[in-house]
Ligand binder design. Structure first.
Ligand code: FDA
Length: 306
C-alpha cells in the first residue's frame, strides 16, 4: 500500500513541484544521486573507479514533451561521453528514451539516439537504454532492436524487468540474438494484468531468467539487484554452467549496499555502480523510497536532524 502511494507520488506533478524546491529534500536525495552537475557525477565516478568499481552514468530526466528540450539532453550526454573518453574512466552511460523524445516522436528519439551512439561508439562507451513503465516496454524493445540491427550499433543494450509476465519470453528472444541485457526486478507502479503482484513471483522469475539466459555463450548479462538471495542464486547458476567472468557483471545503484559492491569486486567479479545526476532527481528518488519503506525513516530522520 505504502509502496503504491509513494510510486503514485513519484508521478504526481504537484508533489514533484513541492519537493523539488525543498532544499532539505534535495540534500537528502544526495544519498542516491551524485549531485546536480556533470562535475558532481564525474567526481563520484573518479572515486569509485579508484576503488576498483565501474560506473554507468545516468543524466536524470524522463517524459520530455518539447522537442527543443531534447537538444540539451543530447548535449549533456555528448559532454559526458567526451569526459569519459578524455579521462579514460571506462564508464558506460544509461538513459531513458522518454528523456530523448519518445513521447514526441519515434523519429526524433531515434535521431537523438543515433547521435549519441555514434559518439559513444567512437569513444568505446557502452550505452544502456533503461526500461520505463510497461506503457513503454514494447516501444523500448523495438527502438533498441532498430538501433542494433537497422543502424548497426553494437554498443547498445537495454533493460528487462522480472516483474513483467512477458519478460521470460523477451529474454529467450534476446538470448538467441546475443544481446547485452541488464536484468532488474522493476520499479514502476504496474497492474496485475501485466506484472506479478507478489514479490515471491518476481524473485522466482528473476532467478529462472538468470539461470536460462546466462547459458547462452553469445549474450551478456548485467545482474542488477541488491537482493542477496538473487546474488547467491546467480552465483549458483554461474558456477553450475561454468560461465566466464567476462560474460556477466553485477550492478547496483549508487548509495545502496556500497559495502557489498566492494566485496563482490574483491571476489573478482565485475561490479558496476549506476550513478545518476542532474536536477530532475525527484521521480528517481521517490522510486528509491518506494523500494524500501525503511528509507522513509531515513528521510524523516535526516530532515529532522538537519
Ligand atoms: P529488493 O527490492 O527485493 O531489495 C532487496 C534488498 O536490497 C532490500 O532488502 C534492501 O536491503 C536493498 N534495497 C533495495 N532497494 C533499496 C533502496 N531503494 N534503498 C535501500 N536499500 C535497498 N528499474 C526499472 O524499472 N527500470 C530500470 O531501467 C532500472 N535500472 C536499474 C539499474 C540498476 C543498476 C539497478 C541496480 C536497478 C535498476 N532498477 C530499474 C531498479 C530495480 O528495478 C529495483 O527496483 C531495485 O533494484 C530494487 O530491487 P532489488 O533487486 O534490489 O530487490
Amino acid at each position: 500500500m505504502l509502496r503504491r502511494f509513494l510510486l503514485y507520488l513519484s508521478m504526481a506533478g504537484w508533489a514533484r513541484a513541492l519537493m523539488s524546491h525543498f532544499f532539505l529534500a534535495r540534500r537528502v536525495a544526495r544519498r542516491f544521486v551524485a549531485g546536480e552537475t556533470l562535475e558532481d557525477a564525474l567526481n563520484v565516478t573518479r572515486k569509485l573507479k579508484s576503488e576498483g568499481l565501474l560506473v554507468s552514468l545516468d543524466y536524470l530526466g524522463e517524459s520530455v514533451n518539447k522537442a527543443e528540450d531534447t537538444a540539451e539532453v543530447v548535449d549533456t550526454y555528448l559532454s559526458l561521453i567526451s569526459s569519459i573518453r578524455k579521462e579514460r574512466l571506462g564508464s558506460s552511460v544509461s538513459l531513458k528514451l522518454t528523456h530523448l523524445g519518445l513521447d514526441i516522436s519515434e523519429d526524433l528519439c531515434i535521431n537523438n539516439m543515433r547521435a549519441l551512439l555514434t559518439a559513444a561508439k567512437d569513444a568505446e562507451v557502452p550505452v544502456t537504454i533503461d526500461m520505463e513503465s510497461s506503457a513503454y516496454t514494447e516501444k523500448t524493445i523495438e527502438v533498441y532492436r532498430r538501433l542494433r540491427d537497422e543502424y548497426g550499433f553494437s554498443n547498445v543494450g537495454t533493460v528487462i524487468q522480472s516483474y513483467l509476465y512477458r519478460s521470460r519470453e523477451d529474454m529467450r528472444a534476446f538470448a538467441a540474438e546475443g544481446s547485452h541485457i541488464r536484468l532488474c526486478k522493476g520499479a514502476y507502479l504496474e497492474s496485475a494484468t501485466v506484472a506479478f503482484a507478489e514479490k515471491a513471483d518476481v524473485d522466482e522469475q528473476y532467478r529462472e531468467i538468470v539461470d536460462e539466459y546466462i547459458q547462452n555463450p553469445a549474450s551478456y548479462l548485467c545482474i542488477a539487484t541488491h537482493d542477496e538471495k538473487m546474488i547467491q542464486a546467480a552465483k549458483v547458476s554461474i558456477a553450475k554452467h561454468i560461465v566466464p567472468k567476462t560474460r556477466f557483471e553485477f550492478q547496483m545503484l549508487y548509495g545502496i549496499r556500497s559495502q557489498r559492491q566492494h566485496e563482490l569486486s574483491s571476489e573478482g567479479f565485475i561490479v558496476r555502480v549506476y550513478v545518476p545526476f542532474g536536477e530532475a532527481w525527484y521521480p528517481y528518488f521517490m522510486r528509491r523510497l518506494a523500494e524500501r519503506p525503511a528509507n522513509l525513516w531515513f528521510f524523516a530522520k535526516s530532515l529532522f536532524s538537519s
